[in-house]
Design a protein around this ligand. Structure first.
Ligand code: HEM
Length: 417
């Protein structure tokens, strides 16, 4: 699929896109990779941590990474990309900005979980959860409307994108429900409701969007063959039912997700001989590398979650599986696809191929250090060092990509200066 360069009207919305992307990166730098690194240094070397703070900080890290970093990234790109796919009108700017403000303020207020129990903390957390639900609901309804409208013929991959959009407010609602113990003075959110929110975010929202968009773009971006509609519809059904079961912690969800991932992995046409008549140009080779890495981490992540579902009580498999998906799958695809989408969505210059390649290499190294060493645990010094390195390596990947992206987006913003 070829995506046309932005029209004058679409250029008008580049600052709004930049707002989502910049906020997403700032959250990831501070509360995501930064806090994640502190958590891992405590786990590996026992660096000081506020009393009783470990699990509270883990919950805040996880939520800010999912709703802040991943959520705002998916919303920003979704608002720009879906109207292009559908040939439908752009969403109303005031609705887009309202959802941005609700989610961003909600995410910022979630830090109140670190404070001592008080009526003020309860009010701030209630507001945080309610704003995230409101912002997510605006995104989901606007996106469903965009996908329903438009002059272009509907495609099966829109089911995955629609599913991804619908899981966002569901995840935000589970996150709000998880805060209930905090309203009663506890310091930890409900572990079950928190786990449901994490699953709905990571698998439902992030998984649905990335799989839907990558399937749509793979033929244009890397000359891969189109996924047959029957495979797509089947994989989408497995994905949505699997997500539903994992969110409700009913057995059988993870194996269904793994089956859907393997169906897409084998039919997405990125392993084995390319369809391209000539060797892919360098930037497309980097996209192909990112695509392949993302799909491999998708299968690894879901296989780890399936092992936990089968044998039960394997927390390190859950943590490793989540980070294989969050760093390997999400990171590789965000940098690989983002590097091709940003110039198209903003009209700015292409990202330097070398920077994109290094961002993908670093995020894959961070995913391997985070997921695989988590399975063996930081018992030995080499393992503790390797686990601790996952934080700065992941951070370096994000910084390399963000610096290259600024170079592309900034000229598009100058037109507004
Ligand atoms: C290399 C960077 C990262 C490091 C060092 C890191 C570190 C950690 C640590 C130490 C934990 C606690 C694990 C446990 O319970 O034993 C954790 C949990 C978690 N992390 Fe990360 N993380 C990183 C990146 C990410 C990313 C990119 C995401 C999502 C986009 C993410 C989402 C989560 C979630 C959802 C949890 C579970 C939170 C909960 O139980 O509520 N992490 N992370």
């Amino acid at each position: 699929m070829r995506i046309a360069l932005p029209t004058v009207g679409q250029r008008r919305d580049v600052p709004v896109l930049a707002l989502f992307l910049v906020t997403s990166v700032v959250v990831a730098l501070v509360a995501g990779f930064g806090l994640g690194w502190w958590l891992i240094l405590y786990q590996s070397f026992g660096v000081p941590m506020p009393a009783g703070g470990w699990l509270v900080l883990v919950q805040v890290h996880g939520h800010l990474q999912l709703m802040g970093f991943a959520g705002l990234l998916v919303m920003g790109i979704g608002y720009r990309l879906m109207p292009r796919f559908r040939g439908s009108p752009e969403p109303e700017r005031r609705l887009v900005l309202a959802s941005y403000l609700c989610v961003t303020i909600g995410v910022a207020l979630r830090v109140a979980q670190l404070a001592q129990p008080s009526d003020a903390r309860t009010a701030l957390l209630l507001l945080s959860g309610a704003l995230e639900v409101a912002g997510s609901a605006i995104y989901a309804t606007t996106t469903m409307r965009t996908l329903a409208l438009g002059d272009n013929a509907h495609r099966a991959d829109e089911l995955l994108m629609a599913g991804g959009a619908v899981w966002l407010p569901i995840a935000a609602m589970w996150s709000l429900v998880s805060l209930q113990p905090l309203f009663g003075g506890a310091s930890l959110a409900s572990l079950d409701a928190d786990a449901a929110a994490v699953a709905a975010f990571l698998i439902g929202t992030v998984g649905g969007h990335i799989l839907g968009v990558s399937v749509r773009l793979n033929s244009g971006f890397i000359a891969a063959k189109l996924v047959p509609d029957n495979v797509l519809v089947g994989a989408t059904a497995l994905w949505m039912v699997g997500t539903f079961l994992v969110v409700l912690q009913i057995g059988g969800g993870a194996p269904l997700l793994l089956a859907a991932a393997i169906a897409l992995f084998t039919s997405v046409g990125i392993f084995g001989r390319s369809r391209a008549a000539r060797p892919l140009p360098e930037h497309a080779q980097v996209t192909m590398f990112a695509w392949r890495a993302a799909y491999i981490w998708l299968v690894i992540g879901l296989a780890l979650l399936t092992v936990d579902a089968m044998v039960g009580g394997a927390p390190s498999f859950v943590v490793a599986g989540r980070h294989a998906l969050a760093i390997g799958f999400l990171g590789s695809m965000a940098y690989g696809v983002g590097a091709r989408l940003l110039p198209t969505l903003t009209g700015g210059p292409a990202l330097p191929v070398g920077a994109v390649r290094w961002a993908v290499i670093l995020t894959n190294l961070a995913a391997a250090l985070r997921a695989f060493v988590e399975l063996v645990g930081p018992a030995t010094t080499p393992a503790a060092v390797a686990l601790a390195l996952s934080g700065p390596v992941g951070l370096a990947g994000l910084l390399v990509f963000a610096a290259a992206a600024v170079r592309t987006v900034r000229p598009a913003l100058h037109t507004f200066a």
